[in-house]
Ligand binder design. Structure first.
Ligand code: NAD
Ligand code: TYD
Length: 335
């Protein structure tokens, strides 16, 4: 069997490729990634020289390269590639529209042309918008994206849906909650908190810190994607989540406690515009249909993740050098 993964040099994509190589020794994986600031070949350094893994640098908006890869008729396409950071989408949305919408269109067209038999669109719970203090997102929750990032993901999901409906294209959509684990770029909340805490820097908490996210360990997520890829029903949407809700401030405190750092490092900063208050996933459908549930207890996964970053300080130092500093100086100058 052979699969094409897009965005495999990023956080979840690299975890997914490593997971699949471990679980399926005979599987061939091609990874198409543009290597934006978020993509990093170091995330898969251990697979260099693996005869079952091939990296191709390229843009999913480039139909020539996408057509070429699809003509190898992969058994499945797992589409992770995206611009993913909400804060960046507030400052500059064009690349989100290009990659997340146009890029998904290019993949769909090429996959349809080559009669690819399975296409998994990796989406997000953020397409559903924000929840009040109670209730959870189901697959029937109306789409109500609030940021340019989530709007571009919702647009891509609708395009996928239209290909299923109009062209009988064999796609499935997964919508997961906030992932955490190894190799997450430290602009996202958890690795940012860990990185700043280890360096004794302030931990920027947006607004009152009481926004809630439903944390999902990346490896549990990879297991779910594998199950959807192999056993999911074409045309269906599967929500993936950890039933694991925490306020941001609680998570930041746990990080400080684990690292033995003082709470005086917490710094409340100006809120993100349009900041979604709460996300929570109802993962009942994937549980019932595909016998999946999140297995990692948050406290264990968090401890493992913190240890991973501490053991990979060189990785952290490398990805937070250069442009990263410029980005943060610009972001925080505005707050
Ligand atoms: P990431 O930002 O860590 O990685 C994205 C990858 O896509 C990078 O390797 C980047 O180089 C690549 N990429 C970007 N534009 C590209 C293009 N035009 N062509 C080819 N490659 C390109 O993202 P992530 O956190 O791993 O997220 C992966 C997917 O999961 C995304 O589709 C995202 O919307 C979705 N998702 C992520 C989370 C989360 O918590 N991280 C939650 C829900 C959904
Ligand atoms: P983030 O990792 O950007 O993911 P999401 O896509 O869910 O917004 O942020 C997670 C939560 O943490 C979100 O409520 C915003 C908040 N946050 C902070 O409080 N401080 C920060 O520096 C960042 C990046 C996020």
């Amino acid at each position: 069997m052979k699969i094409l993964v897009t965005g495999g040099a990023g956080f979840i994509g690299s975890n997914f490729i490593r997971y699949m190589r471990e679980v399926y020794p005979d599987l061939f994986i091609t990874n198409l990634d543009k290597l934006t600031y978020a993509g990093n070949l170091d995330n898969l350094r251990d697979l260099e020289g693996d005869s079952h893994y091939r990296f191709v640098r390229g843009d999913i908006c480039d139909l020539q390269i996408v057509n070429e890869l699809m003509s190898a008729r992969p058994d499945a396409v797992i589409h992770f590639a995206a611009e993913t950071h909400v804060d960046r989408s507030i400052h500059e949305a064009r690349s989100f529209v290009e990659t997340n919408v146009l890029g998904t269109y290019c993949l769909l067209e090429a996959a349809r042309e080559q009669r690819v038999e399975r296409f998994v669109q990796i989406s997000t719970d953020e397409v559903y918008g924000s929840l009040p203090p109670s209730g959870r997102f189901t697959e029937e929750t109306p789409l109500s994206p609030n940021s340019p990032y989530s709007a571009s993901k919702a647009a891509a999901d609708l395009l996928v849906r239209s290909y299923v409906h109009t062209h009988r294209f064999p796609a499935l959509i997964t919508r997961c909650s906030n992932n955490y684990g190894a190799y997450q770029f430290p602009e996202k909340f958890l690795p940012l908190m860990i990185n700043n805490a280890r360096l004794g820097k302030k931990l920027p908490i947006y607004g009152d810190g009481e926004n809630v996210r439903d944390w999902l360990f990346a490896r549990d997520h990879c297991r779910a994607i594998d199950r959807v890829m192999r056993k999911g029903r074409v045309g269906e949407i599967y929500n993936i989540g950890g039933h694991n809700e925490w306020q941001n401030i609680e998570v930041a405190r746990l990080v400080l406690k684990e690292l033995g750092k003082p709470e005086s490092l917490l710094q409340f900063v100006q809120d993100r515009p349009g900041h979604d208050r709460r996300y929570a996933i109802d993962a009942g459908k994937i549980g019932k249909e595909l016998d999946w549930k999140a297995e990692t207890k948050f406290e264990d996964g968090l401890r493992w993740t913190i240890r991973w970053y501490l053991e990979h300080e060189a990785w952290l130092d490398q990805v937070t050098s250069g442009d990263y500093r410029t980005y943060y100086e610009r972001m925080y100058a505005k707050r």
